[in-house]
Design a protein around this ligand. Structure first.
Ligand code: 5AD
Ligand code: SF4
Length: 476
């Protein structure tokens, strides 16, 4: 399946493209507040969507109520992504739209949040006269103060990157929630220096959140009726937290186990795993708990060791293949997905073939596929020549997409006749006569409704038909 969605390398995503930029929250009842309203759009990875929920909570505390209608908002926020140039172009287009709204409603403030804010800092205010506030990912607590300043006509910037901030004490305001699945950030930032990636510069140093606050958040979600949590981090396998009182150390496998024990009916997912760090201990923990889903997002980026070295991924093709084998050995019915970059600096045709062959070897259920887009300030931009012509990048990307589609199709065809435990998420997109939900392997299954069942319930579904993107089935 091809999806343009940025993922976190490190963090990853299941936000479908249709949701990019969507304003998403459970609106407070109309008229419930006479106070100020904010409108927020999010782009990029799951981490950004999760951050917007923290922002919403901070603004809620400051007396702002959310609205879905930017035309009636006093504050328009856009949570931005810098991962590829295209993501930044989209944001700039949206700022033009916000400016029109501002024209009709003088006094409306516009704030830029997230990675693009961090990357461009003060420059944003010069480049985009339309913007009143620029706030980086670690500065959201300062938002109410910056809004107050902007109301007085003072444009504000806070792009301070923290070594400690994890927003552990903030209870996210669940935006656009289906009431069934939610994200929990377990760490922030990234210490890997993949040469193509802007994230270490926009999200700062890696830090892990107190494990007890994670478990408390998961428990609270379960008590509110949620049945699935996705633990988010740019590189979850390097989660580490030390209890300052006891000195006990908690790694990702330990955290996963703690969250799995919240309740057997609470499904646990996580994203993203780094091939260099994913341990057998994590795999055995997954195998031990039925409610830890059998799905791993394990971005390969390239199937060739020389290119991986230039990317500074710190693993080889052989290392990656060994990790894939370990996954299938320890969790036989696990699904693996990937992120792939076509046409990285100096990539040859043979090296591109290695990427194609690793897709088949790994038997990915799906991948997020991109052509290389040079990002200012990254190691690659400074040290390597972006010398693969655009047409070649695009052609290689098409070959990767075509192959992944075939692999996904076969992967899904193999599910025909099998029965899966599915967590119902809501009505299918096409028909309100059908439910949609995911199996443990993170595959979406659409099936006719049955009376008595509702979102948040589990049901057994037999797969009857499959495309490269979805499964269709019936309740058994
Ligand atoms: N160009 C293209 N794709 C990129 N990604 C990250 N940086 C770039 C870039 N400069 C992809 C990687 C990563 C995903 C989130 O986005 O595949 O895993
Ligand atoms: Fe998320 Fe920022 Fe990375 Fe985009 S650049 S995927 S918003 S962390």
């Amino acid at each position: 399946m091809y999806n343009q969605n940025p993922t976190l390398e490190g963090i990853n995503k299941t936000i479908d493209e249709s949701k990019q930029g969507e304003v998403f929250f459970q609106e407070k009842e109309a008229g419930a507040t006479d106070g100020k309203r904010f409108y927020i759009e999010s782009y990029g990875c799951q981490m950004n969507f999760s951050d917007s929920e923290i922002v919403a909570s901070i603004l809620g505390e400051a007396g702002f109520a959310p609205t879905r209608n930017m035309e009636e908002s006093d504050l328009i926020l856009i949570n931005t992504c810098s991962i590829r140039e295209k993501a930044e172009e989209t944001v700039r287009k949206r700022l033009r739209v916000f400016d029109k709204v501002k024209g009709n409603r003088p006094g409306t403030l516009v704030g830029v949040l997230g990675c693009m804010a961090e990357r461009l800092k003060e420059k944003f205010l010069d480049e985009e006269k339309l913007v009143d506030m620029v706030i980086g990912p670690d500065a959201y607590r300062d938002l109410p103060g910056l809004v107050a300043g902007a109301e007085e006509g003072e444009k504000g910037v806070n792009v301070f990157l923290s070594r400690e901030e994890t927003y552990a004490d903030i209870s996210p305001l669940r935006l656009d929630s289906n009431g069934v699945s939610a994200f929990i950030s377990i760490m922030r930032g990234c210490d890997n220096m993949c040469s193509f990636c802007v994230v270490p510069f926009t999200r700062g140093r890696e830090r892990s959140r107190d494990c007890f606050s994670v478990v408390a958040e998961a428990t609270d979600l379960y008590n509110k009726g949620y049945r699935e949590v996705t633990l988010l981090g740019q590189n979850v396998d390097s989660y580490k937290w030390e209890n300052p009182e006891t000195g006990n150390k908690v790694n990702f496998a330990n955290l996963l186990e703690m969250v799995a024990q919240v309740h057997p009916d609470l499904r646990v997912r996580f994203s993203t795993s780094h091939p260099k760090d994913i341990t057998d201990e994590v795999l055995h923990t997954m195998a031990k708990y039925e409610n830890i889903c059998n799905y791993i997002h394990l971005p390969v980026q390239s199937g060739n060791s020389r290119v991986l070295d230039l990317m500074n991924r710190t693993y080889t093709r052989e290392w990656y293949m060994e990790r894939v084998e370990a996954i299938y050995r320890i969790i036989p019915d696990c699904a693996i997905s990937s992120d792939i970059i076509a046409g990285f600096c100096t990539e040859t045709e043979e090296e591109h073939q290695d990427t194609l062959s690793i897709i088949e070897f790994s038997n990915y259920s799906m991948s997020y596929m991109f052509f290389y887009s040079e990002r200012p300030g990254t190691l690659a931009a400074r040290k390597l020549e972006d010398d693969v012509p655009q047409e070649v990048k695009k052609r290689r990307l098409q070959e990767i997409i075509r192959l992944q589609n075939q692999v996904s199709f076969k992967h899904n065809q193999k599910d025909i006749g099998k029965t899966f435990k599915v967590l119902i998420e809501g009505d299918s997109k096409r028909s309100d006569q059908d439910f949609k939900g995911r199996n443990s392997q993170n595959k979406m299954i659409v099936f006719p409704k049955k009376e008595g069942l509702k979102p948040g319930d589990y049901t057994m579904v037999k797969v009857l038909d499959a495309t490269s993107a979805t499964l269709k089935g019936e309740i058994v």
